[in-house]
Ligand binder design. Structure first.
Ligand code: ZN
Length: 76
């Protein structure tokens, strides 16, 4: 058996759903979640409670940007 499917899954989800904090270098990775902040691994950013704060600089969710969009389009 060739394990092609697991490879494809890993590539597809590598950047999917990651969010970058605008105020510090923290990146929210839904695969890891934020266990110390009460967010279990596997939680999409959209499902994080609005009162969740960046574990490093304590800004709220409105200061996070989706990585896929900003990286691909740039737009300066
Ligand atoms: Zn931050």
């Amino acid at each position: 058996m060739i394990d092609v499917n697991s490879n494809a899954y890993t590539l597809d989800t590598y950047t999917k759903g990651k969010y970058l904090c605008e105020a510090c270098p923290y990146i929210y990775d839904p695969e890891k979640g934020d266990p110390e902040g009460g967010i279990p691994a596997g939680t999409p950013f959209e499902n994080i409670p609005d009162d969740w704060l960046c574990p490093i600089c304590k800004v709220d969710k409105t200061h996070f940007k989706k990585i896929n969009d900003s990286v691909k389009k740039g737009g300066f």
